[in-house]
Design a binder for this molecule. Structure first.
Ligand code: HEM
Length: 168
């Protein structure tokens, strides 16, 4: 199925531009990487305060302040990524490294959304008792590591043949 979708992508008009217009691909990749950096920074500001679980308000305040940047930058990463994907060929949907990246991305977005929602509902959710604080001390770093895994898998796409035999 992934291969069929990637073949369909390759026949779309943006695919030809991504493949043949070098400056356009370079601009897209630059915007993609800048957006990734902003996602990582904003998520980091939230995850550190969740993990520290020092005061009820610190994490909730960080989520209020930085969550819009997380989702805004992610929207840029997803939209530039989808255009890049049309012309990605073997680095596309049917590449195991890309599938690892997608799995990390979806898990990271779910954990980040869950943290943001829990803090929006109850600022003291992660500091109310020692068990919650212990959970926060694990969830904060886990959340950040999932985004880091997304970035590494994205970068390793260019070297994926060193890890996986090309399927097509
Ligand atoms: C649906 C969402 C996304 C799609 C479809 C997507 C797609 C792609 C594609 C096709 C490439 C490879 C371009 C190439 O080398 O030919 C790429 C590179 C990359 N992606 Fe994504 N991406 C998405 C989201 C993200 C996110 C959320 C992050 C990080 C938080 C990310 C990090 C990276 C990195 C670090 C690279 C390597 C850039 C380079 O080699 O210069 N991507 N992405």
């Amino acid at each position: 199925m992934f291969h069929a979708i990637q073949v369909w992508f390759a026949a779309t008009p943006p695919a030809a531009i991504v493949r043949d217009v070098v400056w356009f691909k370079a601009l897209l990749e630059s915007a993609h990487i800048l957006a990734d950096g902003l996602v990582l920074f904003s998520v980091g500001m939230i995850c550190v305060r969740v993990a520290r679980a020092s005061s009820p308000d610190a994490a909730a305040e960080a989520a209020r302040r930085f969550a819009p940047w997380v989702w805004g930058a992610l929207a840029v990463a997803v939209s530039t990524g989808l255009v890049l994907l049309t012309g990605a060929g073997r680095r596309g949907l049917d590449n195991p490294m890309f599938q690892i990246k997608l799995a990390a991305l979806l898990s990271a977005a779910l954990v980040t959304g869950g943290l943001q929602l829990s803090l929006a509902r109850d600022a003291g959710f992660w500091t109310v008792n020692p068990r919650r604080r212990a959970a926060a001390a694990m969830l904060g770093p886990l959340c950040f590591l999932l985004w880091l895994a997304t970035v590494f898998a994205g970068r390793l796409l260019a070297y994926s043949t060193a890890f996986f035999e090309p399927r097509y």
